[in-house]
Design a protein around this ligand. Structure first.
Ligand SMILES: [Zn+2]
Length: 310
C-alpha cells in the first residue's frame, strides 16, 4: 500500500466520510469499480496520478461519463498537458487537487482547482532551492520520514506566482521524465543523460526522447548527433549506451529486466532542431506525434510531420 493512501484515508476520516478502497486497476477492473462507486454514492476519488490518468482515458475511449464524481485528488508528479486537456475537454465538472512529490521526497507541495497548470505551492516543512533551473529540497521537519539535505528532485522548476490567490511564491515544474509506469518510474533526468553522452567525447549533441509514455510500449531513446569524423556504427552506439548506463544507476536499475526499453539512436539531426542546431533536451512522442517539454518553443508543422526517429 502506498503511503499516500494513509494520507487520503486520514483526510476522509477527518472530513467524517466513509471510504472505499481502490487498488491500481487494470482496464478490465475500471468499469466494475466505477459501477460500485456510482452505486455507493462516491463523490471523490483519491489515488495516484497514474490511476487517475488510466481511469480518465478509459472513460473517454469507452464513452463513460463520470457525472457522479465531483472531486479528484492525486499524489505524485504534476499532471502533464494531455492530462489537463482530458479533464478540460471531457470532465470539466471535476474539481482537482494534487499532492506533489515522489517516493524519495514524500509530499512537498500541493495544488488546487484554481491553480495554474504544472504549478504547486510548497509545504512549509522544507527549504526549497531552485539552482540552475533544478529543484533542490531540504526537509526541515524533525519528524521527517526521509531526512533530505539539498536533495536533487529530478524536477526542472522555476519560481512563479499562481493565479489562485494563495499567498507566497509557487513553483512551476516541468521537464521531468515522470512516467509513472514501470520501468521509467525512477528519477531520470534528461539533462543528466545528455551530459553523460557528451562525456564520451564522441557526441556533439544529445536529446532524450520518451516514446509512448504511460503505455506498455513506453521506452526511452537517447538520440545523439556524433562529432565530425566519429564512425557511425553499432559499436559507437553501444559504447555510448554503456557509458550512460554506467553513469546513471537509476536508469540501469529501471530497465534491468527490459534492456530494450533504452536505446541510443545515432542521427544527423535531433528532433525539433532549429536552424542553428539547437534542440530541446527532452521530446515526448505519443502515437507518432511529438511534443517538446519544459517551456520549449512550440511545435511547428514540420516537427509534427517527422515520420520516424530513425
Ligand atoms: Zn495555486
Amino acid at each position: 500500500m502506498r503511503s499516500s493512501h494513509d494520507l487520503h484515508n486520514a483526510l476522509a476520516a477527518r472530513a467524517g466520510v466513509p471510504t472505499l478502497s481502490l487498488d491500481a486497476p487494470t482496464d478490465q477492473m475500471i468499469s466494475p469499480y466505477l459501477d460500485l462507486f456510482e452505486e455507493r454514492g462516491v463523490t471523490a476519488l483519491a489515488t495516484t496520478l497514474d490511476t487517475v490518468r488510466r481511469i480518465l482515458r478509459f472513460c473517454v475511449s469507452s464513452g463513460r461519463r463520470l457525472d457522479f464524481l465531483r472531486k479528484v485528488v492525486w499524489s505524485g508528479p504534476a499532471l502533464d498537458s494531455p492530462g489537463h486537456g482530458l479533464l478540460r475537454d471531457h470532465f470539466p465538472h471535476l474539481r482537482t487537487w494534487s499532492l506533489f512529490g515522489s517516493p524519495e521526497t514524500w509530499i512537498i507541495g500541493h495544488s488546487g482547482p484554481h491553480c495554474a497548470n504544472d504549478t504547486v505551492h510548497l509545504l512549509p516543512h522544507q527549504h526549497t532551492e531552485i539552482l540552475n533551473g533544478r529543484m533542490l529540497v531540504t526537509i526541515t521537519h524533525p519528524g521527517a520520514i526521509f531526512p533530505l539535505l539539498r536533495y536533487e528532485t529530478g524536477v526542472a522548476a522555476e519560481w512563479t506566482l499562481c493565479p489562485c490567490g494563495t499567498p507566497g511564491p509557487a513553483v512551476r515544474t516541468h521537464s521531468r521524465i515522470d512516467a509513472p509506469l514501470d520501468p521509467l518510474s525512477h528519477l531520470v533526468s534528461p539533462a543528466d543523460l545528455a551530459t553523460l553522452a557528451l562525456q564520451t567525447e564522441l557526441v556533439d549533441a544529445a536529446q532524450v526522447v520518451v516514446m509512448d509514455p504511460h503505455t506498455e510500449d513506453e521506452r526511452l531513446h537517447l538520440r545523439v548527433r556524433l562529432r565530425p569524423g566519429v564512425s557511425c556504427d553499432l559499436y559507437t552506439a553501444e559504447w555510448i549506451r554503456h557509458h550512460v548506463m554506467s553513469g546513471c544507476l537509476a536508469l540501469s536499475d529501471a530497465i534491468e529486466d527490459m534492456p530494450e526499453r533504452f536505446e541510443v539512436v545515432v542521427s544527423q539531426r535531433l528532433l525539433s532542431e532549429g536552424d542553428g542546431g539547437e534542440a530541446p533536451t527532452l521530446v515526448v512522442r505519443e502515437g507518432g506525434a511529438q511534443r517538446t517539454r519544459g517551456g520549449l518553443p512550440p511545435l511547428t508543422r514540420r516537427d509534427l510531420s517527422t515520420p520516424s526517429l530513425h
